[in-house]
Write a protein that binds this ligand. Structure first.
Ligand code: PEP
Length: 238
């Protein structure tokens, strides 16, 4: 399965970051370009600029969220169709920072459905908190999030396993724990779904993580802000 290296810029970046995908692309030798799928998910405000800037490169651009509806009286929201119109290819849905703000798996499922409706691929994020892991219920929590977040009759989707306690903290899950969780998720979703790991992935730990069975790529926050780091991670995805 072709690995997917996806950068989540979160709420970072201004228009003077528009050249970063091109800088990143130029750091990748041609082998990585064809063997690894690369995605950058900037804030909504930069999608248009980055889609334009990434033309002629192998970098795809995605979004970090969408509304479940196509259009209507939803002040401040953005639909999957609007993102498709801008040239986005993927939408991250159910990131733990959004779940923490009140998004339920039902909401995530509706957003994933919206992505399908607009012809985009959702990256459905799941992951347990530290308390849930320490209580021994990590697998149960993740399974429930997955079954609640995948719409009925889904099109192509990606799952990102991101233990909440590893996101933006510098703490990385043990490779053995990642292997166990990814095997568990694989049993639930089958062989065709790409499974990403996310949580403080950096150039120094990416090699071991990406070599773990059933890990088909990574979702990267902090390290995706630097073109050199993202390229160094992508090089280890082969
Ligand atoms: C993320 O935002 O999905 C993430 C994994 O962040 P970080 O790599 O900074 O932990």
């Amino acid at each position: 399965m072709r690995p997917l290296i996806a950068g989540n810029w979160k709420m970072n970046g201004r228009t003077d970051w528009t050249d970063r995908p091109v800088a990143f692309d130029s750091l990748l030798p041609s082998r990585e370009r064809t063997s690894v799928e690369i995605l950058i998910c900037p804030p909504f405000t930069l999608i248009s600029n980055l889609v334009e800037a990434a033309k002629g490169t192998d970098i795809q651009i995605g979004a970090q969220n969408c509304h479940a509806n196509e259009a209507g009286a939803h002040t401040g929201e953005i639909s999957a169709e609007m993102l498709a119109d801008l040239g986005a290819a993927y939408i991250i849905v159910g990131h733990s920072e959004r779940r923490a703000a009140g998004e339920s798996s039902d909401d995530v499922s509706l957003k994933a459905q919206a992505a399908f409706r607009a012809g985009l691929t959702p990256i459905i994020c799941v992951g347990e908190t530290l308390e849930e892991r320490e209580a021994g219920s990590a697998k149960e929590i993740v399974s429930a999030q997955i079954s609640g977040s995948i719409p009925e009759n889904p099109n192509k989707f990606v799952i990102a396993y991101e233990p909440v306690w590893a996101i933006g903290t510098g703490r990385v899950a043990e490779v053995g724990d990642i292997a166990q969780m990814h095997e568990h998720i694989r049993e639930q979703v089958g062989p065709a779904v790409r499974l990403l790991y996310g949580g403080s992935v950096k150039p120094g730990n990416a090699g071991d993580i990406l070599a773990t069975p059933n890990v088909n790529g990574a979702l990267i926050g902090g390290a995706s802000l630097k073109a050199e780091d993202l390229a160094a991670i992508a090089r280890q995805a082969l």
